[in-house]
Design a protein around this ligand. Structure first.
Ligand code: NAD
Ligand code: AHE
Ligand code: ZN
Length: 370
C-alpha cells in the first residue's frame, strides 16, 4: 500500500515528507495505523548523524500510538481494531534477557532492529521506485502506517487518547521508569535532575510519585523552570548563574548530595557532574541521556570507591507489553499528567517544525497528528 512518511534521507538533512510503499505484515508481524507520534530528542540525535547505529534512508520515530489494521500469520495476541503503542524495547517473554528479572533489554530481535530491518532481515518500506528504505528502532512511527513485530506492541486501553498516550511510547515511561524501576527511589529522598526536557520532566513527575522530599532541577534554559515546578521540582539551578564549581554548590544545596541524581541531557560532562554530586557513601547516579558516537564518560575512580554508584537505564527499565498498558491506565486514572507537556502539535507535513522547536528550546514535546 502507499503511505505518507517523513523520510530521513541523510545526516543533518531535513526530513522529506513523501509517499512510500509499505508491504503488508509477514509472519509474526502487525500492520498498524499510526494516529499520533511524539518527537523525542533521540530522533534528532539519529537525524543529526551522531548515532553510531544511524542509517539512511530511514523512517524515524519511536513514540507512537495507533490501531491494528492487519495481522500476519502466527500472530495470536493482537487483532484488527486493537489500540497499541509500538515498543522500541520489545518483550518476547522467552529470551534469556526477558527471563532475567534484572533487565528489560529483550534481545530477541535487537540485531536486525539495529540494522533497520524486520526480524527476517528485510524492510517493508520502499520508495515508489522500489528502492529500500530502512526501519528505525523497530517502530518507524513517522509514517501513517507501519509494520511492527508482534512482540514489540503493547495493547492499551481503547479509550486512551492517541495524541497524549503516544508519549508513553518513550518519554513518559523512560522518565518515570528511571525513578521507579531503575533507581527504586524511596519516600523522603533528595534528588537532582539534569535536563528539564521531555524526559527530565517525567523524571520529576516520577520523583513526586515516589514521594521524594527535595527535587532539584538543573537546566541552562530558564524557560524550563515553570513547567518543572508544576510537576514537582522544589529547587531550580541554572548552571550559568552558579559562581564556581557546580558540584559543591549542588552538594551544599542538598545537604550532602543527592540520594539519586539523573542525567537527561546526553552531555558526558553533565553525566560526570551528576555522578559527583551524588551523596558520598550511597548516592546513585542514573544515566538516561544518549551521548554521541565517540563520547566517553570519566570520573576519578575514588568517586565510586567512596560509595557512589553509576547506572544507566533504557526505556526506564520497563517491560513494554506488561508495563506500558499500566502506565496508560495511570494516565486515564489521573495518577500521572501528560497534557501540559505536549506543548505543540502539527501535521506530518510540518514535522521539521517540531525539530526546529526542539533546537530552539521552545517545546517540551511536539506531537505529529495523522
Ligand atoms: P530535550 O531536548 O527535550 O531536553 C534536554 C534538556 O537538557 C533541555 O531542556 C536542555 O536545555 C537541557 N540541557 C542541555 N544541555 C544541558 C547542560 N549542559 N546542562 C543542563 N541542562 C542542559 O530532550 P529529551 O527528549 O528530554 O531527551 C533527553 C536525553 O534523553 C536525550 O539525550 C535523549 O536521547 C535521551 N533519551 C534516552 C532514553 C533512554 O531510554 N535512555 C529515552 C529517551 C530519551
Ligand atoms: N544507537 C545508539 C544508542 C541509542 C540508545 O541508547 N537508545 C536507547 C533508547 S533512546 C530512546 O529515546 C536504548 O533503548 N538503548 C538500548 C538499545 O538496545 O538500543 C548507540 O549509541 O549506538
Ligand atoms: Zn525517545
Amino acid at each position: 500500500m502507499e503511505v505518507r512518511a517523513a523520510v530521513a534521507v541523510g545526516a543533518g538533512k531535513p526530513l522529506e515528507v513523501t509517499t512510500v510503499n509499505l508491504e503488508g505484515p509477514r509472519a509474526f508481524e502487525v500492520l498498524v495505523e499510526i494516529k499520533a507520534t511524539g518527537i523525542c530528542h533521540t530522533d534528532e540525535f539519529t537525524l543529526s548523524g551522531a548515532d553510531p547505529e544511524g542509517l539512511f534512508p530511514a523512517i524515524l520515530g519511536h513514540e507512537g500510538a495507533g490501531v491494528v489494521v492487519e495481522v500476519g500469520k502466527g500472530v495470536t495476541t493482537l487483532k484488527p481494531g486493537d489500540h497499541v503503542i509500538p515498543l522500541y524495547t520489545p518483550e518476547c517473554r522467552s529470551c534469556e534477557y526477558c527471563l532475567n528479572p534484572k533487565t528489560n533489554l529483550c534481545q530477541a530481535i535487537r540485531s536486525t532492529q539495529g540494522q533497520g530491518l524486520m526480524p527476517d532481515g528485510s524492510s517493508r518500506f520502499t520508495t515508489l521506485d522500489g528502492d529500500p528504505i530502512l526501519h528505525y528502532m523497530g517502530t518507524s512511527t513517522f509514517a501513517n502506517y507501519t509494520v511492527v513485530p508482534e512482540i514489540a506492541l503493547a495493547k492499551i486501553n481503547p479509550d486512551a487518547p492517541f495524541d497524549k498516550v503516544c508519549y508513553i511510547g518513550c518519554g513518559v515511561t523512560t522518565g518515570i521508569g528511571a525513578v521507579i524501576n531503575t533507581a527504586k527511589v524511596e519516600i523522603g529522598s533528595k534528588a537532582i535532575v539534569f535536563g528539564l526536557g521531555g524526559i527530565g520532566l517525567n523524571v520529576i513527575q516520577g520523583l513526586r510519585l515516589a514521594g521524594a522530599d527535595q527535587i532539584v532541577g538543573v537546566d541552562l534554559n530558564p524557560a524550563k523552570k515553570e513547567m518543572a515546578e508544576r510537576f514537582g521540582m522544589t529547587d531550580f539551578v541554572n548552571p550559568s548563574e552558579v559562581e564556581g564549581d557546580l558540584v559543591p554548590y549542588l552538594v551544599n544545596l542538598t545537604g550532602g548530595g543527592g540520594d539519586y541524581t539523573f542525567d537527561a541531557t546526553g552531555n558526558v560532562g553533565v553525566m560526570r557532574t551528576a555522578l559527583e554530586c551524588a551523596h558520598k557513601g550511597w548516592g546513585e547516579s542514573i544515566i538516561i541521556g544518549v551521548a554521541p558516537a565517540g563520547a566517553e564518560i570519566a570520573t576519578r575512580p575514588f568517586q565510586l570507591v567512596t560509595g557512589r554508584v553509576w547506572k544507566g537505564t533504557a526505556f526506564g527499565g520497563a517491560r513494554g507489553r506488561t508495563d506500558v498498558p499500566k502506565i496508560v491506565d495511570w494516565y486515564m486514572d489521573g495518577k500521572i499528567e501528560i497534557d501540559p507537556m505536549i506543548t505543540h502539535t502539527m501535521p506530518l507535513e510540518d514535522i521539521n517544525k517540531g525539530f526546529d522547536l526542539m533546537h530552539a528550546g521552545e517545546s517540551i514535546r511536539s506531537v505529529v497528528l495523522y
